[in-house]
Design a protein around this ligand. Structure first.
Ligand code: FES
Length: 102
């Protein structure tokens, strides 16, 4: 898991929530309470959140504030959840690159 750590006296101390486990594409991953799904995915080196509908191109974090819908993932079986504005919860099941059944 890659996270920013305090390496300089110029940085404030980083406060993190308690460690929890979520499952991403069938694999358990450590997360911290209060983090977004996007933060956890990127820290786990998962850069492709979904594939574009028309050309199946990789999509990921773009605006980071819930506007562009580039970061959609499936959460606990519910399609099209924005990873950048959805906080992780203990035992949450996240699926990336899941085809939507329209
Ligand atoms: S990155 Fe734009 S809505 Fe999530």
């Amino acid at each position: 898991m890659k996270r920013i750590s305090k390496k300089s006296s110029l940085l404030p101390e980083i406060q993190r929530g308690k460690t929890i486990k979520i499952v991403v594409d069938g694999k358990p991953i450590d997360a911290f309470e209060g983090e977004t799904i996007a933060a956890v995915l990127l820290s786990a080196d998962i850069w492709t959140f979904q594939l574009s509908h028309k050309h199946k191109e990789p999509r990921s974090l773009y605006c980071g504030m819930g506007i562009c819908y580039e970061c959609l993932v499936t959460v606990n079986g519910v399609h099209a959840q924005r990873a950048c504005v959805t906080a992780v919860e203990e035992g949450m099941c996240v699926e990336t690159c899941k085809e939507l059944e329209l």
